[in-house]
Design a protein around this ligand. Structure first.
Ligand SMILES: [Zn+2]
Length: 110
């Protein structure tokens, strides 16, 4: 069993554009998320930071969402900015796409 599925499923594209947001992979679970309104601006996203909440350098996360998360310490989407949510969705889609290509176990329906 592979320990980190994303190691093999995430690596196909170093740069993608999802619904208008450009993401550039810089490490495992780490992406630069480019601003949609200012393409020259990019934020650093790390999806595994803070026990799986994720982190981002944008003002929305740093000034508004992270302080609220600090009170409850549970990783919830309401404490994540749109950059973290977009990167998480991208990684999740890649992992599920990887699963979808694998043969199903005997007895399972297609
Ligand atoms: Zn952000």
């Amino acid at each position: 069993m592979k320990k980190n599925a994303e190691l093999t499923t995430e690596s196909d594209a170093e740069e993608v554009t999802l619904e208008g947001m450009r993401l550039t992979k810089v490490g495992r679970g780490q992406y630069l998320a480019h601003s949609m309104s200012k393409p020259e601006v990019a934020y650093m996203v790390d999806v595994s930071h803070y026990g799986g909440l994720g982190s981002c350098t944008c003002v929305d996360f740093v000034a508004r969402r992270k302080p609220r998360w600090s009170e409850v310490r549970k990783p919830r989407d309401t404490f994540r900015c749109k950059h973290i949510r977009r990167v998480r969705n991208y990684i999740l889609d890649a992992i599920i796409g990887h699963y979808a290509k694998q043969p199903r176990r005997a007895g399972e329906a297609d």
